[in-house]
Design a protein around this ligand. Structure first.
Ligand SMILES: [Zn+2]
Length: 676
C-alpha cells in the first residue's frame, strides 16, 4: 500500500472537498555546516497564512531556513517532488528525523471542519491533529511581526541593515516593509494603510474602500463611453445559473468547473437542484440571445454588464490579483459575419490597452494567447500583458475573445440567410471580453513605493491636496486667517476647473504629519501655502511620484496645475515603460532561457507553436536555479515559464530559425515568462 493510500484511510472522500479549508504542507531546510545532515522543518499551515522564514527560524531555533528542493523531499520523505508533498508522507517517518511546526491559526478551526490537503486529499481537522501529535509538533504564531534578531543586530549591524526588510525610519502609521526586500508584505501594507482595501473574514474576499472604488469608477466611465461609441448597451443578467445551462458548452465548463461555487441550501432545506454562481456569463446570456435574435436584422447585438463573478480558487489569494469574487465588465456581442466580430475583438483590446496605458500609466504588450492558454470554448483569445518589475513576472491584463460559432452552435443562435430562405440558416459569430479590478493591483504594484501608494492623476480619487503651512504659535490670528482663506480660495479655483482637489485645514495636526498621510494615500500632488508663499504670490507644489517641487504663480494656477498633473502621469508611464522594455529580452537559444528568466526578464523566443512543446518549456524552466538559496515564495518555489502571448509586434524571424526548445521550425516569436 502506498503512503498516500495508508493515509487515505484517515481521509474523507474527495467529494467532501466543497467548502473545505485549504491547508499547505511546506518543507524548509535550515542552514547547516556543509558536512552536517540538515534536519528538515515541515510547516503545516492554513493556505492563507504567510510563513516568513524568520518566524520559522525563531520557532525552531534554526538558521535561515529556505524552501527545500526535490532532493531533500526524496531523501527525507521518499516523496518525488515538492509539489506532490503532503503530510501523508510523514506516515512511518521517525519523529526525530524532522521538526514539525504547526500554524497557530489552525487551532481556531473546529475539530469537525474539513481541511483540504491537496487536490484529492481531505481530512477532518481533529483527525489531522491526532495524526500530527505523534511527531511532537511545535506551534508557531505567524501573525506576529517579523522582528530583527537582537543579538545579531548588535554583532553585525551593517549586514542586518541589508538583510532586514523593515524600513529604518518608518513611522508606525507609515509603511514599515521595504518594497525591494519583502514585496508581498509591502503590497499588503500599501493597500491596507493606504485605505484602498481591507481584509474580510471570508478568505479570498476583500473590501474595496472608497479610494480604490473611485479608481474603478474612473475606469468604468472611460471604458463605458468607449464601448457605447461602438453601439454597446449595458444590461444585467442574474448571478445564478442552473447546472443544466452552465454545463451546456463542454470545453467551456471544463475550464471553469473546479472553481464554480454552488448554492445547495436555502435556510434549513436542501435545494432540489444546486444552483451555481456565475464564474462568467456566456451560458447565462446566450439562451436569451437565441430567443431575441430572430432575423439578421436583429444583428449585431452588443451587450455589456458591469457585475461581479465568483471563482472559488484554492490558490493563494492576493488582493485584486486573485480574489474569489471580483468586479469586472463582461461584454458579449453577436455578429452576422466573422469579419465584423474579429474587427471588434481588436477594437476592444485597444480600449483595454488604453485603460492600462492612458489611465493607469502601465505599459502592456498586445498579442494573442496560444491554444493552451486561450479561453476554453472560444476560437482565439487576444490579450494585453503587463510586467511586475519587482518579481520579474508577467501578468495578464485583460482579454478579448473571439468565440467563433462554437457557442452559437450550442445555443442554436441562428438567423435566416440574408441571401434568401432557400439558403441554410446562418450561425452567428460571437465575441466576449472582460476587464476586472485586477487592473488596480497591477497599477499599485508598479508605481507605489516605500512611502505608500502612488496613484496616476487621471484615475486618482483626489488629485491635489491643499495644506496650509508655516503657522506657528507666533502667527497672529489675522495672518492665520489670511493663510486659511487663501488656501480655501486655491481649493475652490482648482475645483472650478475640474481638478479633484481637497483642502486639509485641521490645525490639530502638523503639516509634516499631513504630508506623510497624503503620501501614504498616494495623492498625486500637494500644494503647500505659507506666509512666505503668500508674500511671493505663489504656491509650492510637490509631486508624489518623485518629490519634485515647483513654485506656481497664483495667477497661473489654472494652467500650471493641470500641466503638472499631466506631466506626472506621463513620467509614471515612461518610467514603467523603460523598466518593461529593458526586461523584455530576445532569447534565441535554450541555454540562455532560464538564466534570463532568473534575471527577472520576460523572454521573446522563436517557437514552433506546438502545445506539447509549450508544456515542455514550462516544465524544463521550473526548478532550475543553481544557487543554494531558492527564492522564498511559498506559492511557487521556482515556477516554470508560461507562454504569455504571441505579440502582434513580432521581431523578424531568421530564415530556418529553429524553435527555442525543440527541433521543429519556429513559426513566430512567443513571449514567455513566470507569471501571476
Ligand atoms: Zn517547439
Amino acid at each position: 500500500m502506498s503512503v498516500e493510500e495508508q493515509f487515505a484511510k484517515l481521509c474523507l472522500e474527495s467529494a467532501a472537498a466543497e467548502g473545505a479549508t485549504p491547508v499547505k504542507s511546506l518543507v524548509f531546510k535550515p542552514k547547516t555546516a556543509k558536512s552536517a545532515t540538515p534536519v528538515p522543518i515541515v510547516v503545516v499551515a492554513l493556505q492563507t497564512t504567510a510563513t516568513p522564514s524568520p518566524l520559522i527560524a525563531q520557532a525552531t531555533k534554526t538558521k535561515d531556513p529556505r524552501l527545500a528542493r526535490d532532493d531533500l523531499f526524496k531523501s527525507a520523505f521518499n516523496c518525488e517532488t515538492a509539489k506532490s508533498f503532503t503530510v501523508a508522507y510523514l506516515n512511518g517517518v521517525a519523529a526525530s528525523s524532522f521538526q514539525l511546526l504547526i500554524d497557530s491559526q489552525l487551532e481556531s478551526v473546529a475539530d469537525d471542519a474539513v481541511l483540504q490537503l491537496n487536490e484529492t486529499l481531505c481530512i477532518k481537522k481533529g483527525e489531522l491533529t491526532k495524526f500530527l501529535a505523534q511527531f511532537e509538533p511545535v506551534t508557531a504564531d505567524f501573525t506576529q511581526e517579523v522582528k530583527k534578531p537582537e543579538q545579531q543586530q548588535k554583532k553585525k549591524p551593517a549586514q542586518q541593515q541589508t538583510n532586514n526588510a523593515s524600513l529604518e525610519d518608518a513611522k508606525l502609521i507609515g509603511i514599515t516593509v521595504d518594497k525591494t526586500k519583502d514585496f508581498p508584505g509591502w503590497y499588503q501594507q500599501v493597500l491596507t494603510k493606504g485605505e484602498m482595501l481591507d481584509y474580510y473574514d471570508v478568505s479570498g474576499c476583500y473590501i474595496l474602500r472608497p479610494p480604490s472604488y473611485a479608481i474603478w469608477e474612473n475606469i468604468q466611465r472611460w471604458f463605458d463611453d468607449k464601448i457605447k461609441g461602438l453601439g454597446v448597451q449595458n444590461a444585467y443578467f442574474p448571478m445564478f445559473v442552473s447546472s443544466r445551462v452552465l454545463e451546456k458548452e463542454k470545453d467551456h465548463v471544463e475550464g471553469f468547473a473546479p472553481e464554480v461555487a454552488w448554492v445547495t441550501r436555502a435556510g434549513s432545506s436542501e435545494l432540489e437542484e444546486p444552483i451555481a454562481i456565475r464564474p462568467t456569463s456566456e451560458t447565462v446570456m446566450y439562451p436569451y440571445y437565441a430567443k431575441w435574435i430572430q432575423s439578421y436584422r436583429d444583428l449585431p447585438l452588443k451587450l455589456n454588464q458591469w457585475n461581479s463573478v465568483v471563482r472559488w480558487e484554492f490558490k493563494h489569494p492576493q488582493p485584486f490579483l486573485r480574489t474569489r469574487e471580483f468586479l469586472w465588465q463582461e461584454g458579449h456581442t453577436v455578429f452576422l459575419t466573422k469579419e465584423e466580430a474579429e474587427e471588434e475583438v481588436l477594437q476592444i483590446l485597444d480600449f483595454y490597452s488604453g485603460v492600462y496605458e492612458e489611465l493607469l500609466a502601465v505599459p502592456v504588450i498586445k498579442g494573442r494567447k496560444t491554444e493552451k492558454e486561450k479561453f476554453a470554448g472560444g476560437d482565439f483569445t487576444t490579450t494585453c500583458e503587463g510586467y511586475i518589475p519587482q518579481t520579474g513576472r508577467g501578468i495578464q491584463g485583460a482579454t478579448s475573445h473571439h468565440l467563433g460559432q462554437n457557442f452559437s452552435k450550442m445555443f442554436n443562435l441562428t438567423v435566416e440567410n440574408p441571401q434568401g430562405p432557400q439558403y441554410p440558416k446562418v450561425f452567428a459569430w460571437q465575441n466576449s471580453w472582460g476587464l476586472s479590478t485586477r487592473v488596480i493591483g497591477v497599477m499599485v504594484m508598479i508605481h507605489s513605493d516605500n512611502k505608500g501608494l502612488v496613484i496616476p492623476p487621471r484615475v486618482s480619487q483626489t488629485q491635489a491636496v491643499v495644506i496650509p503651512v508655516g503657522i506657528t504659535k507666533k502667527t497672529s490670528d489675522e495672518q492665520r486667517k489670511i493663510i486659511h482663506e487663501s488656501a480655501r480660495d486655491i481649493e475652490s479655483r482648482l475645483k472650478k476647473i475640474g481638478v479633484r482637489a481637497f483642502g486639509d485645514y485641521n490645525d490639530n495636526y502638523t503639516p509634516g504629519w499631513k504630508f506623510s498621510q497624503y503620501e501614504l494615500k498616494g495623492v498625486p500632488i500637494r500644494l503647500e501655502l505659507g506666509p512666505r508663499d503668500i508674500e511671493q504670490n505663489h504656491v509650492t507644489v510637490v509631486r508624489r511620484s518623485d518629490s519634485q517641487k515647483y513654485n506656481v504663480k497664483l495667477d497661473e494656477l489654472e494652467t500650471r496645475i493641470p500641466e503638472i498633473l499631466e506631466e506626472m502621469q506621463k513620467d509614471l508611464f515612461e518610467k514603467a515603460k523603460e523598466k518593461f522594455d529593458t526586461h523584455r529580452v530576445i532569447v534565441n537559444e535554450w541555454k540562455d532561457f532560464v538564466p534570463n528568466l532568473n534575471k527577472k526578464n520576460i523572454l521573446l523566443s522563436p517557437w514552433c507553436g506546438v502545445m506539447e512543446c509549450e508544456e515542455d518549456i514550462k516544465e524544463s524552466s521550473a526548478k532550475k536555479d543553481d544557487g543554494e538559496e531558492l527564492e522564498v515564495d511559498e506559492k511557487s518555489p521556482s515556477m516554470g515559464a508560461k507562454s504569455l502571448c504571441i505579440p502582434f509586434a513580432q521581431p523578424e524571424l531568421k530564415k530556418d530559425q529553429k524553435c527555442i526548445k525543440c527541433d521543429r521550425p519556429a513559426i513566430q516569436y512567443c513571449m514567455f515568462g513566470r507569471s501571476y
